[in-house]
Design a protein around this ligand. Structure first.
Ligand code: FAD
Length: 133
């Protein structure tokens, strides 16, 4: 994670994840209010980072994606015969946005307890991660 970039009074970092000798994922990440459009010049940010921080001039962008992770817990209410999964099920670690491994553990828990799911304790991520947010 490279925080050596314009923060615009928010929290902003880049990361570069190599897949092979000549391909990598380059990502610009903001912790922001979703309706703050002033931070959404992502293409310009990525171009500037590749050319002026990674010092690459001869490159090609082969794929682009964009997304947002809600960094708050969903409303925790019990509804009969309904199990929320994924982010809606509270599986996102708010300090990082990581969710995939928690989703797998949650799914395993549901599978192991499916016969008695209405009576077992509700699956939650560790309270330590709720503290870290
Ligand atoms: C750029 C980025 C990078 C990330 N990197 C990581 C990472 O490295 N590791 C990690 O653990 N997590 C990562 N995350 C977070 C992770 O992707 C999400 O937390 C995870 O995908 C949440 O899973 P989900 O099933 O709750 O929601 P989603 O994967 O968002 O799935 C929800 C689905 O429901 C559909 N949907 C929504 N509303 C309706 C509706 N009304 N009716 C029908 N369908 C609907 C949507 O179209 C979507 O297909 C990243 C997220 C982003 C944006």
């Amino acid at each position: 994670m490279d925080f050596d970039c314009d923060q615009r009074e928010s929290v902003h970092f880049f990361y570069t994840l190599p897949y092979s000798k000549d391909t990598a994922l380059v990502e610009t990440t903001w912790l922001s209010k979703i309706n703050d459009n002033s931070q959404k010049d992502y293409d310009k940010q990525i171009k500037d980072y590749i050319e002026n921080h990674l010092n690459l001039k001869d490159y090609k962008i082969i794929y682009k994606e964009e997304g947002a992770i809600p960094l708050f817990y969903p409303v925790d209410k019990n509804e009969k015969n309904k199990i929320n999964i994924g982010t809606a099920g509270g599986m996102t670690r708010l300090s990082t946005g990581y969710t995939f491994l928690n989703i797998q553990e949650h799914s395993k828990y549901i599978r192991e307890n499916i016969e008695n799911i209405a009576n077992v304790k509700k699956y939650k991520i560790s309270t330590k991660y709720q503290f870290f947010r």
